[in-house]
Write a protein that binds this ligand. Structure first.
Ligand SMILES: NC(=O)c1ccc[n+]([C@@H]2O[C@H](COP(=O)([O-])OP(=O)(O)OC[C@H]3O[C@@H](n4cnc5c(N)ncnc54)[C@H](O)[C@@H]3O)[C@@H](O)[C@H]2O)c1
Length: 376
């Protein structure tokens, strides 16, 4: 690559500093400009980064120096900003979910295909050593044929710590749309694409109370289910059971467990890049921690953007638009099933993303194709 890829960020809220830190660290990326609806916020966000210019959203999108737009706006604005970036001829990498609805996400993917630009999407946490080591353990046959998984995220809700938590309770929010992308992307990475879902949901309160920041004590409305549970039938035949809740004080359940014919794996938090993987072979009492076997060591939010800009033309980036669309369709279908009581068939095609080797065994650009699920 001749020069670093110039990144223009739209949306300078809570998550922005994590991306900025990674972009500053990675030689293939350069933080060139930032924009926000609130220009003062963009100006403040740019201050620690002398190479980054604070611009209006229109100026950033029209700037020929910007190669890729990093869309860190709230979910309800993801499609609007992505479509504007695509219309300006730029590649776009979005925070999750890809859009608030599959209808909007489909518009984004169609527009990108028409314009000859690419779409990538968070989460990239699954490219870290946690999910990738678990995936390698499965691919290497350590648990035999995978038959089932559980994925559990139960908290009291983000209004306790986020100063502007309104979007978590607006359409496109809720525990499933907010945290589901981490868990479902991890499940697809581990077990392959989903064929059918069955869901159920509930809503305990019609409002929430902000717990921190200048708006502390303010009531916000709840327009989404705040406890969602469901079953994902993977194309491989494995069945995942999912519980995503903003209605629980706490849980002692592992974030993800995968069970195979010859053993079980505890998989670390898919909202983090690393963590310990525990293997329980059938017939052995003790759980064995596995060494780090795969993934980007020491990664942070933005590693998926680096993968996106360095993926050769004709290949799907690991954190690519097709995968994000599939995950969004799974989530939307779980909610549709919760409403109708009927199972929903998933129609979007999705390849299991290519694995990430440890740098010493092939590097982040490893050429291995997406491996099939053993026994599938
Ligand atoms: N907060 C977290 O811990 C976290 C973690 C991972 C991912 N995310 C994701 O990151 C995204 C942003 O979350 P956040 O917590 O930073 O939100 P936030 O509300 O703190 O920040 C969003 C920013 O986007 C700006 N914005 C909104 N609409 C815009 C538009 N149309 N044009 C330009 N700017 C616009 C807002 O002014 C705000 O500054 C969401 O998709 C969220 O799911 C957040």
């Amino acid at each position: 690559m001749g020069r670093p890829v110039n990144v223009g960020v739209v949306g300078c809220g809570v998550i922005f500093p994590q991306y900025a830190e990674t972009i500053e660290r990675l030689p293939e990326l350069r933080l060139a400009a930032v924009a926000d609806l609130d220009l003062a916020r963009a100006t403040e966000a740019a201050r620690p980064y002398p190479g980054a210019e604070a611009l209006s959203v229109a100026e950033l999108l029209a700037d020929p120096r910007i190669d890729v737009v990093l869309n860190l706006t709230i979910p309800a604005a993801h499609a609007e900003i992505a479509l504007l970036a695509i219309a300006a001829g730029k590649d776009v990498y979005c925070e999750k979910p890809l859009a608030a609805t599959t209808a909007d996400a489909a518009k984004v993917l169609r527009a990108a295909a028409g314009a000859g630009v690419r779409v990538g999407c968070a989460p990239d946490t699954v490219l870290g050593t946690g999910t990738q080591t678990a995936r390698k353990a499965i691919d290497d046959g350590l648990i035999g044929r995978p038959v089932a998984a559980t994925a559990t995220m139960m908290t009291p809700g983000h209004e306790h710590w986020h100063p502007n938590p309104d979007f978590y309770y607006a359409p496109g929010g809720g525990p499933l749309m907010d945290m589901g992308p981490y868990y479902i992307t991890s499940l697809v990475t581990l077990l392959g694409p989903v064929a059918t879902v069955v869901g159920a949901g509930s809503r305990t309160r019609d409002h929430r109370v902000i717990g921190s920041g200048p708006r502390r004590g303010e009531k916000i409305p709840v327009a989404v289910d705040t406890h969602v549970t469901g079953i994902l039938a993977h194309a491989s035949g494995a069945l995942s059971t999912l519980v995503m809740s903003f209605d629980a004080a706490a849980t002692a359940a592992p974030h993800i467990e995968v069970h195979g014919e010859r053993g079980s794996l505890v998989v670390p938090d898919p909202n983090h890049f690393d963590g310990t993987i525990l293997l329980s072979p059938v017939g052995e009492e003790a759980r064995q921690p596995l060494p780090v076997l795969a993934g980007h060591p020491g990664a942070g939010r933005g590693v998926g953007l680096a993968d996106f800009v360095t993926t050769p033309a004709g290949q799907q980036p690991r954190a690519g638009g097709a995968l994000a669309y599939h995950v969004l369709e799974v989530m939307e279908s779980l909610l549709a099933s919760a409403g109708s009581g009927a199972a929903v068939t998933i129609t979007s095609p999705c390849e299991r993303p290519r694995p990430v080797s440890l740098p010493a065994t092939g590097g982040p650009e490893n050429p291995e194709p997406g491996a099939a699920v053993p026994g599938a």
